[in-house]
Structure formats: structure tokens, C-alpha cells
Ligand binder design. Structure first.
Ligand code: DUC
Ligand code: ZN
Ligand code: ZN
Length: 458
């Protein structure tokens, strides 16, 4: 009988389309067979456990410079935390300095990440306003494996509509996929100035400066410009019904548009901004966290499939860094940590409540994101795919806190939330990366994935 290198036996295998009792056999770095009574030189018993593809988070910011700060998790701590939570691939970002070429910037980012990562990763190429003069370099970025391109409609990186049109056209011409932060920056900056002028400086005013209606407006405008250009588009971190409706309408009209949301919008409400002192600064992220009604509606959208992907936008800062904006909410470095809890949290709240089937959970956290961004061998349990797998204990209860998590911000917005279901073991290309509650590999085990395409949204 054929003996495989490793067999994960007796588990409940969940894919985006089905749930079966089966063994999963691995040779080298690759899934070699799925079936009954498979034999391995090594075997891991997964009886009573779920076996899922490794989760794929296509939106993380590790050691990202923002203003005077740099997001606290680096490529080692961030990917280690991801692995503890069952995530086996991430996509981070390249932002070129004005004097750099896109290729130089990508090479520098890889030089930073390569020695540190413990899971596999790839990079979105950001097109900033300074890069509009470099659009002729977009084919080089694509050829370097950056097949997806980040465009901002907010912050200093914000592209005006004409620049958006130019960037979308350049991305279309190489067959790339634009991934976009959609908010209305003119309205936001005007509301912030007005609030500050009236002495409204507390984080309470953060979501009130970034109205849901205008997030939807920006998404709709983006979708229209993308239609004009005839390019697909993926909308990042959807926080409200207004944006969901724009995406759903576009999809009904046959437009290749997808949307993602993130745990902060599914687990928190804007009441968090009213916590006293520095506590109220911690959940500042953009788009902002909104009302309970918006949160409920996002869960419904996820359940219906009106949003197709769940990512994190992991971008944490320390309490001290957040506190620098205590007297002016508009200066608080934006972002929260979610990289570790995403996959189990969506299982616990989504599958646990019956809002999501196990296959929807796997699709939104693993399969659909991998497919969208062209991680061809990730996100699915099938012969020939990378043996990126999670052995998931559906009964294990974990209460989230800085002590139970491996992120380095020193706080979590999910403090005290108890989840039912947590990864017991995480494998990347056949290697146990997390097991027995420990990290089993060194920085550098992870690899850059040189993508060759992005796929049209389904
Ligand atoms: N929003 C955040 O809150 N942080 C990182 C970038 C972003 O768009
Ligand atoms: Zn963003
Ligand atoms: Zn982001």
C-alpha cells in the first residue's frame, strides 16, 4: 500500500463546497490524496476535529509606517500570531517612496519580510499619487508577483477621481485586480476640521466624521469609474450597509465587484469610542466601527453572500501611541489587531449561531480570498494544493486577551470575548508551524508567493 509522508487521519474535512469524513495525505509540501484508510510514515489523529484549509488573510499591515509610528507587529510576530489563529498566508503591502521605482520598493519590502515570516505571504502594490507618474512601471510590478494593486480614496495616499481613472486603467491593462480603500476624503477632512473648531476632539467624533452614507458614496463612485474603465474591483473593509448595497447592486448588474469586511465591524460597536480616556482611542480605525444595527446588517450580508470575503486590516498600535491622539482624535494612529482571532472568531460567532455554514466559513476566510488574489495553491484542500492545513478543535473555548493572544500591541479590542473553537495545529506546506501551543519554526520558514495572476471576482 502507498505510504505517504504524513496523513491527517479521521478528521471532518471542510472545504468551501462540502464536509466529509476523510484522511488527508501529504507528500513533501503538497496534498497528495484525500480518502479513506490512507497510511503515512507519520500520522496525526484528528478524530473529533475539523480539518480545514489554512486561512488566507489578504489584508494586513505589518510594520507599516503611518505618520510617526510603525504598526507594532512585524513580519515575525504578525505571522506567528496569524499561525496561532490558523492563518497560513497573508498579503501585505508595498508603498514606494517617491524616489523609488515600484520594483525597488517591492524588493525592499521582501528583504524586510523574507527573513522573518513563518507563513507564506505576498504583496499588494500600492499606487500612491506620486506613483501616477510611474504607471508605466505597473507591468514590472505585476511581473514581480504583485498582481493586485492597492488604491486609496482617503489619507495622504488618496487618489483624486482622475488619478483613480488612470490607475484603474493601468491595472486593467496588465490584467491586475485593484483593491480599494473607499471613503470620501473631502467630506471627512471637512467634518474633522468642523468638529475640531467646535472643540469636539474626543474619539466619539471619529465615526461621526466618516459617515456611512459617504463610504457608500465613495464605493459607488469607485464602482462607476471601474465600470467606465471596464476593470474588476475588490472593496476593502466594508463597514456599513450603504457600501454593501453598492456592491450588491453592481453584482446584480453583472459587474465583477467583490467586498470584504473585518472582525472589528462584526464584533464591536461605536460605543467603544465612548470608553473613558485612552480606552476610547484604541478602537480608532478607518472606516470606523459603527452602530449595532450596522453590525447586525453586516452579519446578514455575510450570511447572504453579499460580502464574499473576511479579512482583518490588522494594523495595531500600542496604547502609548494611541494615547498621543487623546486631545485630537484625528491624529490617533488608525488600526486594530485582529490577525489571530479572525478565523476562529468567524467560526464561533458565525457557524456557532447558524448564520454561516461551515463551508461558508471556509470559503470566506480561506478559499475565496486565495482565489481572488491568485494564490493558486492556497485556500483549498485538494490534490496538488499546498499542504496548508488547520486541525481545528470545534469545542475548545478561548477567552481573548493579550495573554491568550500572540500579537504584540499589548491590548486587544476583543478583551473578554470567549470563542468556542480554536486551531489545535497549523501546517504550512506540510510542516507543523504551530502545535502543542508552540511555534515550531523559525522566522524565514515562510516564503514569498510569486503570483502570476489575479482572478476576476466570482
Ligand atoms: N485603516 C486603518 O484603520 N488602518 C490601516 C489602514 C486603514 O485603511
Ligand atoms: Zn484601508
Ligand atoms: Zn488596510
Amino acid at each position: 500500500m502507498n505510504e505517504y509522508d504524513l496523513v491527517i487521519k479521521n478528521g471532518t474535512v471542510i472545504t468551501a463546497v462540502t464536509t466529509i469524513q476523510a484522511d488527508v495525505a501529504i507528500n513533501g509540501e503538497t496534498i497528495a490524496a484525500i480518502g479513506q484508510n490512507l497510511c503515512g510514515k507519520r500520522e496525526i489523529d484528528a478524530r473529533g476535529k475539523l480539518v480545514t484549509p489554512g486561512a488566507v488573510d489578504i489584508h494586513v499591515h505589518l510594520e507599516m509606517p503611518i505618520g510617526n509610528f510603525r504598526s507594532t507587529d512585524d513580519f515575525f510576530t504578525g505571522t506567528a500570531a496569524a499561525a496561532f489563529g490558523g492563518t497560513t498566508s497573508i498579503i501585505d503591502f508595498v508603498e514606494a517612496e517617491p524616489e523609488e521605482t515600484l520594483l525597488e520598493a517591492a524588493a525592499a519590502r521582501r528583504a524586510l519580510a523574507d527573513p522573518k515570516v513563518v507563513i507564506d505571504y505576498s504583496l499588494h502594490m500600492t499606487i500612491t499619487p506620486a506613483d501616477i507618474a510611474k504607471l508605466a512601471q505597473v507591468p514590472d510590478a505585476f511581473a514581480a508577483g504583485c498582481t493586485t494593486f492597492k488604491l486609496y480614496m482617503a489619507y495622504g495616499y488618496r487618489l483624486h477621481d482622475g488619478e483613480l481613472l488612470q490607475a484603474l486603467t493601468a491595472v486593467r491593462d496588465v490584467g491586475g485586480l485593484p483593491v480599494v480603500h473607499a471613503e470620501n476624503w473631502d467630506v471627512i477632512t471637512t467634518l474633522i476640521a468642523e468638529n475640531l473648531a467646535y472643540g469636539r476632539t474626543a474619539p466619539h467624533w471619529h465615526p461621526r466624521s466618516r459617515p456611512a452614507l459617504m463610504e457608500g458614496e465613495a464605493a459607488g463612485r469607485l464602482i462607476d469609474i471601474a465600470e467606465l474603465v471596464d476593470v474588476p474591483v475588490h472593496i476593502f473593509h466594508v463597514s456599513c450597509v450603504d457600501t454593501v448595497e453598492q456592491i450588491a447592486r453592481a453584482r446584480r448588474n453583472g459587474r465583477p465587484v467583490t467586498g470584504e469586511t473585518c472582525p472589528q465591524y462584526l464584533f464591536l460597536t461605536w460605543d467603544a469610542y465612548d470608553a473613558p480616556g485612552v480606552q476610547g482611542t484604541l478602537p480608532v480605525c478607518s472606516p470606523p466601527i459603527r452602530s449595532q444595527a450596522e453590525q447586525d446588517a453586516l452579519w446578514q450580508a455575510v450570511s447572504r453572500g453579499d460580502l464574499q470575503i473576511i479579512t482583518t486590516d490588522h494594523c495595531p498600535f500600542t496604547i502609548e501611541e494611541k494615547a498621543t491622539g487623546l486631545d485630537d482624535y484625528s491624529t490617533i494612529p488608525g488600526g486594530v489587531p485582529s490577525i489571530e482571532m479572525r478565523f476562529p472568531a468567524i467560526y464561533s460567532r458565525g457557524v456557532g449561531s447558524g448564520l454561516l455554514t461551515p463551508s461558508q466559513w471556509v470559503d470566506m476566510c480561506c478559499t475565496a480570498p486565495a482565489k481572488l488574489v491568485g494564490l493558486e495553491k492556497k485556500g483549498h484542500i485538494g490534490v496538488g494544493y499546498d499542504a496548508d492545513l488547520v486541525i481545528f478543535d470545534p469545542h475548545k473555548r478561548v477567552t481573548l486577551s493579550p495573554e491568550t493572544l500572540h500579537e504584540t500591541a499589548g491590548w486587544t479590542p476583543y478583551e473578554g470575548v470567549t470563542l468556542t473553537g480554536w486551531p489545535e495545529m497549523t501546517l504550512v506546506r506540510g510542516q507543523v508551524v504551530v502545535g502543542d501551543g508552540e511555534l515550531k519554526v523559525e522566522g524565514g520558514y515562510g516564503r514569498y508567493v510569486h503570483r502570476t495572476k489575479a482572478n476576476l471576482p466570482a
